[in-house]
Design a binder for this molecule. Structure first.
Ligand code: MSP
Length: 512
């Protein structure tokens, strides 16, 4: 039997009830950065995203457009692929829950729960938010009538359902949280999940009979599975569950599910309980990030703050888009988006600190050394050790990406970039050139280009496009894709004699 050998990470599967906004882009880009980071670390990676195409939510959205649910999801699907392209997301798979590989996997998984006696039938009536596709208790509602997430009036939904014996798994869940404190991250979310379970769990409904748009319950005609059961199972069916046992063994359990904090309970309570009931391993970690706020409100289509990723990418470029959210907001906390702060990041961090540095250094290699990387003839001194210290911080600091602390990793990377800028000022290569100190000049410019080489590799998970453009300027024979962390970011790997090209600015001035 194959053993797990793959780093498997996922985004939530998104409701294709409208077109994607930057809230959806946030999770997806963070997951892509992590996937690229793990590949740079040398892991075999399987990165999954997709769309959650069943449920009442979708039926209503389709009705509003005068379409069948199938027509609607087929029509919206290309919009999601466009966003992945726009954001340069290199996912390995995209699952749609209307695919056969998914529906058959859901049926065989749920049959297992049924055969084990974990499903039973009963009538349920309660407040239901169609947007969340979830029942709430009256206490959870705002003013006794509004959904706590969407602030919309809930409906009372009355249905004969199949129920999952969630309550039975409370002790196992508490044991899981105790034995694997890293199962839910950040810690504050683990505390929230733990106290929810410790307060006692009710069984949850697992099927619907009021509409047909879903995966059919094999043993009960007229019933479909509750969309959340169907949705969570995408993480299994895309990994090969029920279709390719070898792939499944190599991938499962997932290393991390990235989610927004709005869907914490589904992923940290229901999902592990379902897996325990089926006798399968639970994921290693669920990481819940915060909300993107616009003007202090959760950004969403329904409160008219939905911003499309392309609106930002068209102005700032894809690299800035990917960099901005991870640098600006601590991953795990809520954070505000503003045009002004994005502009400031572009100008200060990207155009000035990084773009100007590359431009200046390559310009000097062009003017003083005929465009080829010089021999580092003079021995390294105090200025070089100060620079090495800064770059060391960058190299070590990037390991924060292992724990999804992208902000800290990028801050440390910019300590390294700042150190190269200070080194250029301290050594003043234009003076060395004037003085005819060619050994010193060789040492200085070699050191600078060598640092740019390491920086290109280090920025590549976050800004793959800028990294490739910078790499191309350095005239290196080996491909950027073959570089590994930390082996390829050590000092002194730059070959003497490489032909560099200054070319276009890495981060040109923004349009007015
Ligand atoms: N379909 C379910 C998830 C099923 S996963 C098995 C769903 N879809 S959703 O499209 O409504 O939202 C999915 C995710 O989008 C959220 O968990 C979150 O990751 C992201 N976001 C949507 N709006 C967001 C913000 N304003 N800010 C940050 N992330 C947001 O729930």
């Amino acid at each position: 039997m194959a053993a797990k050998d793959t780093y498997y990470l996922t985004t939530p599967i998104y409701y294709p009830n409208d077109i994607p906004h930057i809230g959806h882009g946030y999770t997806t880009v963070a997951a892509d950065v992590l996937a690229r980071w793990r590949r740079l670390r040398g892991d075999r990676v399987y990165f999954l995203t997709g769309t959650d195409e069943h449920g009442l939510n979708i039926v209503r959205a389709a009705e509003a457009r005068g379409m069948t649910a199938q027509q609607h999801v087929d029509d919206i699907n290309p919009r999601w692929h466009e966003v992945l392209d726009t954001l340069q997301v290199a996912n390995d798979d995209f699952i749609r829950t209307t695919e056969q590989r998914h529906t058959s996997g859901v049926q065989s998984f749920m049959q297992r729960l049924y055969d084990n006696g974990d499903l039973y039938t009963a009538t349920y009536s309660g407040p239901y938010c169609v947007r969340c596709e979830a029942y709430y208790t009256v206490e959870e509602l705002i003013d006794g009538q509004l959904c706590p997430i969407h602030r919309r009036v809930v409906e009372t939904l009355d249905q004969e359902n199949w129920f999952f014996r969630l309550s039975k798994y409370a002790p196992d869940l508490l044991k899981l949280y105790d034995e694997h404190p890293e199962f839910v991250r950040p810690q504050s979310r683990m505390n929230e999940v733990r106290s929810f379970v410790a307060a006692g769990l009710d069984d949850i409904s697992a099927s619907r009979s009021a509409f047909e748009w879903g995966v059919a319950v094999p043993w009960e005609p007229g019933h479909v599975f509750y969309v959340w059961f169907d949705a969570l199972l995408n993480y299994l069916t895309a990994a090969g569950y029920g279709s390719d046992e070898g792939d499944f063994q190599r991938r499962w359990p997932a290393d991390v599910h990235l989610i927004g904090k709005d869907i914490l309970r589904f992923h940290c309570v229901y999902w592990p309980a379902m897996l325990l009931a089926a006798g399968l391993a639970v994921p290693r970690q669920v990481f819940a990030h915060g909300f993107l706020l616009v003007g202090g409100e959760k950004m969403s289509k329904s409160n008219a703050t939905g911003i499309r990723p392309a609106e930002l990418v068209d102005h700032f470029g894809v690299d800035c888009y990917r960099y901005y959210f991870l640098r600006e907001i601590s991953f795990g906390q809520d954070g505000s988006f503003s045009w002004e702060s994005m502009e400031a990041r572009y100008t200060t961090d990207l155009a000035n600190d990084l773009g100007n540095l590359a431009n200046r250094v390559l310009n000097m290699v062009g003017s003083y050394c005929g465009g080829t990387v010089p021999e580092p003839a003079a021995t390294a001194g105090g200025a070089e050790s100060a620079l090495a210290g800064g770059l060391g911080t960058a190299i070590e600091g990037m390991a924060a990406f292992d724990r999804l602390d992208f902000k800290k990793g990028l801050e440390d990377l910019w300590v390294g970039i700042g150190a190269v800028n200070r080194y250029v000022e301290a050594r003043a290569p234009w003076k060395l050139h004037k003085q005819g100190a060619s050994d010193e000049l060789g040492r200085c410019l070699y050191t600078c280009v060598d640092a740019l080489r390491a920086i290109a590799v280090l920025i590549s998970p976050v800004m793959p496009d800028a990294a490739a453009r910078l790499w191309a300027k350095l005239g290196l024979d080996e491909p950027l894709s073959g570089q590994r962390y930390p082996a390829s970011v050590q000092p002194g790997l730059l070959p003497v004699g490489a032909e560099v090209h200054r070319g276009e600015l890495l981060f040109p001035k923004l349009a007015e």
